[in-house]
Design a protein around this ligand. Structure first.
Ligand SMILES: [Zn+2]
Ligand SMILES: [Zn+2]
Length: 139
């Protein structure tokens, strides 16, 4: 029906200084009330760090990754020192079964610590049994 599409391809925008940003010197840190002046980024160094820490905290990454690494090391050391399953359910009396897992006697969710006196070596069977008893929560 004779509809006309007028496509304007004005190349002028490119010439209007979009490429060359005006050189701004100093501007205020984006943190509310912060008196610091910065030249780039969103925050002054101190607030940049704080901001990043808050992001990490929200993800829980830094803390939990740190915990995992510590726990893996501790677990390995404990297993090396206590290689035999303590057989907490008397499942394999008189048998020496090599432990594959380290468990918290008092689980961390109940306030147990990761100190050696709260740990015990378990074979896979005993650990599964214990985990099942504690309704599926990993100690
Ligand atoms: Zn700041
Ligand atoms: Zn066992």
């Amino acid at each position: 029906m004779g509809t006309e599409w007028s496509i304007s391809t004005s190349g002028r925008l490119a010439d209007k200084g979009i490429v060359t940003m005006p050189r701004r010197s100093l501007y205020a840190c984006h943190h509310p009330g912060c008196p610091e002046s910065i030249r780039e980024g969103r925050f002054c160094p101190a607030h940049e760090k704080k901001h990043q820490a808050e992001i990490d905290q929200r993800r829980g990454s830094a803390a939990s990754r740190g915990y995992d690494a510590r726990w893996r090391r501790l677990r390995k050391m404990y297993l090396a020192a206590n290689p035999i399953c303590v057989d907490p359910f008397n499942d394999h009396p008189g048998q020496v079964v090599l432990a594959t897992d380290v468990d918290h006697k008092v689980s961390k969710s109940k306030g147990g610590t990761s100190r050696w006196d709260n740990l015990e070596s378990l074979c896979h069977t005993c650990h599964s049994k214990k985990t099942a008893k504690e309704d599926g929560r990993w100690g």
